[in-house]
Design a protein around this ligand. Structure first.
Ligand code: FES
Length: 72
């Protein structure tokens, strides 16, 4: 699915960059996503956050920690 129409960047490309550890600023510089009209920025940032390794670890950590916290 195309996320950035202006630069013709799809979700798979953004996800792949995020998984490789690129920050959102790096993706903007490298691909040009969200650098023209800006309409795609919210969607692109959300996708980046969901696929970023740091976010994935934090998400997994919360899933592991929260049930223990409830039992205490
Ligand atoms: S749709 Fe991405 S900058 Fe315009």
């Amino acid at each position: 699915m195309i996320v950035c129409i202006c630069r013709r960047i799809n979700d798979k490309t953004i996800a792949q960059c995020a998984r490789s550890g690129m920050g959102f600023d790096d993706i903007q510089l490298e691909l040009g996503v969200a650098t023209q009209c800006g309409q795609c920025e919210g969607c692109a940032r959300k996708l980046w956050a969901e696929c970023s390794p740091q976010q994935t670890v934090a998400h997994i950590s919360r899933e592991v920690v929260e049930p223990q916290a409830l039992a205490a």
